[in-house]
Design a protein. Structure first.
Length: 404
């Protein structure tokens, strides 16, 4: 095959990798996705998808397929973890749909991934290879070759590394990138069937319980048949844990961090898995000639705005648009993608980290936070996120205006 007709090679078939393949296919660009896991491997728990994400899922033809599995929360109920009282109720439902032209959904991450894969399976321009771990790549004049750990080589005109937080390709594309480091927090997650949910856990809406040095979030998934719960605690000690089964003593160890109103309910639940939250300081660059990082590989963000997966969707449609606009000049297209996305990813990472600090305040600062939450109108609190949920892919003319 002439190099100019080679497909785009995507390392990693998670949310970002499959969405990139779909976005490329919609623009007539063929791709090969190399995913290290076996087909149908699933992990994770719940995922919140803001309007900036559901808009993209609709554009990619994924939303309709996912629709039977989602919930549409009417609001975010914020509670004081210590006292159990309601602090605020931020509007979602019709309010956010009308404001941003697209809904706010909650879903099981496995359902989102399955919908992405099923949509990709119908696209003729997408090939997904499982059990295909990319170890490195090399670049020729007009092509790249991805080297798999089993010795296979996959040729493409560019390589997009969507291989997640623990990206193996990051070091090759961004050699000055620092290593992944602990964020000093650990997330304990579980998904529980509706009929096993103890009294005290409201199943509708998104609920956030603000503790001291901790917070709890729960919301419906699988169209309300299940509930996803995450307890996030300040904890430096468990950095090695990444999606591992939580030991039975974790709730006792973190008893002070769990809101009293939830202790009994959470104590009766099983199936907890733990994720140490980790970050990478902003990279000096995301691209190197014909290779680019995307999603968590480029810009892992802490989960306190529920935006990491959605940012990967935004990356996906941006990179496909820029590739389509610069046929034959892939390196320039990748640079345009990076230029357009870096500021946005940094802003989301900062806002998310700030939320994490606010959620875990203690003492007088906690009381001040609670009074502000009670005093400011809920719609005004949500309007502060218009920049986040209102994101849209820029047309070339708009990009020129922005850069002037
Ligand atoms: C506790 C928690 C809660 C979260 N909640 C939300 C939320 O509510 N909303 C939201 O939008 N985001 C949320 N996120 C963030 C979100 O999960 C990530 O940002 C998102 O998964 C990033 O997608 P990705 O495709 O970049 O990486 P991943 O989803 O990590 O996908 C990477 C893929 O690459 C594969 N891979 C890895 N290395 C290789 C290799 N060398 N070769 C081939 N394949 C490889 C992996 O198997 C995987 O399939 C949360 C994260 C956490 C930890």
């Amino acid at each position: 095959m002439p190099d100019a007709q080679l497909p785009v090679v995507i390392a990693g078939g998670g949310i970002g990798g499959i969405a990139t393949a779909l976005a490329c296919a919609r623009r007539g660009i063929a791709s090969i996705v190399c995913e290290r896991r076996a087909p149908n491997a699933q992990d994770g728990a719940g995922i919140q998808i803001g309007p900036n994400g559901t808009r993209i899922l609709a554009q990619l033809g994924v939303a309709e397929r996912l629709l039977p599995q989602i919930s549409v929360p009417e609001g975010i109920a914020v509670h004081s973890g210590k006292e159990g009282r309601a602090l605020a109720r931020l509007p979602l439902g019709d309010w956010i749909k009308q404001r941003h032209g697209s809904p706010y959904w909650t879903a099981h991450r496995g359902d989102l991934h399955a919908a992405l894969i099923a949509t990709a399976a119908e696209a003729q321009l997408i090939t997904i290879i499982n059990d295909a771990e990319v170890a490195s790549y090399c670049e020729g004049d007009d092509r790249v070759d991805a080297h798999l750990v089993d010795g296979r080589r996959i040729a493409g005109r560019i390589l997009i590394a969507a291989d997640g937080l623990w990206s193996r390709l990051r070091a090759q594309i961004a050699p000055t990138a620092a290593l992944v480091k602990s964020a000093g927090k650990c997330a304990y997650r579980s998904v529980i069937a509706r009929d096993q949910i103890p009294a005290g856990l409201n199943l509708e809406d998104v609920h956030v319980w603000l503790g001291s040095g901790s917070h709890v979030v729960h919301y419906p998934v699988r169209a309300g048949r299940e509930c996803a719960i995450v307890v996030i605690v300040d904890d430096e000690a468990t950095f090695d844990a990444w999606n591992t089964a939580a030991d039975t003593g974790w709730q006792e160890r973190h008893a002070a961090a769990i809101p009293p109103a939830l202790r009994e309910a959470l104590g009766s639940l099983g199936g907890w898995r733990m994720w140490s939250l980790a970050t990478v300081p902003p990279l000096a660059g995301w691209t190197k000639s014909r290779a680019a990082l995307l999603g968590d590989a480029a810009h892992p963000v802490l989960p306190f705005l529920a935006q990491g997966g959605v940012l990967a969707l935004e990356d996906a449609v941006t990179i496909a648009a820029r590739l389509c606009e610069a046929p034959g000049n892939e390196a320039a297209a990748l640079r345009a993608y990076e230029l357009e996305r870096r500021g946005r990813a940094l802003a989301v990472a900062r806002a998310s980290a700030a939320n994490g600090r606010i959620y875990h305040l203690d003492g007088i600062m906690r009381l001040a936070r609670d009074s502000v939450l009670g005093a400011v109108p809920a719609s005004a609190l949500m309007a502060r996120y218009d920049w986040l949920y209102g994101w849209r892919l820029l047309a070339p003319a708009d990009r020129e205006t922005v850069s002037q």
